[in-house]
Design a protein. Structure first.
Length: 156
């Protein structure tokens, strides 16, 4: 299976973490680099099928670009997942074949947050186009959860 999974206990209620994750503008605070930037639209994520777009910046990708994300799983205070996509000129979305998912479970001392990055559906052509998969190392997930934890603690 082509996936990474990382866990961290965050000293906050699952409902607070979920509310944080359903605000697209907070996604810039959930990763350890400056790759994810501000949200194009800050409307809260409402459920499966919802799309949200965030500004991104990566030198290897030519600088600034916009990532359109299709929400694929959404269970209030428990699960949120999305499929990053590019938007074609006709407005349709093309998925890259990888997805991100947060699972939240109440724990004695907060919430156990599990972050999964899965690239098993990424085509050979897409892998070649973006320089291979996985696009990030396992440590990126650990650092992402540390960033999420810090953002929650700091009231971002």
């Amino acid at each position: 299976m082509e996936r990474f999974t990382s866990n961290r206990t965050v000293d906050a209620a699952a409902s607070d973490i979920f509310a944080f994750l359903t605000n697209p503008d907070n996604h810039q605070h959930t990763e350890p680099t400056d790759w994810v930037r501000d949200a194009v639209d800050t409307s809260p994520i409402t459920g499966p099928g919802h799309t949200f777009a965030v500004n991104m910046f990566l030198d290897a990708a030519g600088g600034h670009y916009v990532m359109h994300n299709l929400v694929t799983a959404f269970e209030q205070d428990r699960i949120i997942a999305w499929l990053p996509c590019s938007k074609r000129s006709d407005g349709e979305l093309d998925a890259g074949g990888w997805w991100w998912r947060y699972d939240l479970a109440s724990h004695d001392d907060g919430t156990r947050v599990t972050l999964t990055y899965d690239w098993s559906d990424t085509s050979a052509a897409m892998r070649e186009e973006i320089g291979g998969m996985p696009a990030v190392p396992m440590s990126f997930l650990d650092d992402s959860l540390a960033s999420l934890d810090a953002a929650i603690r700091n009231g971002k």
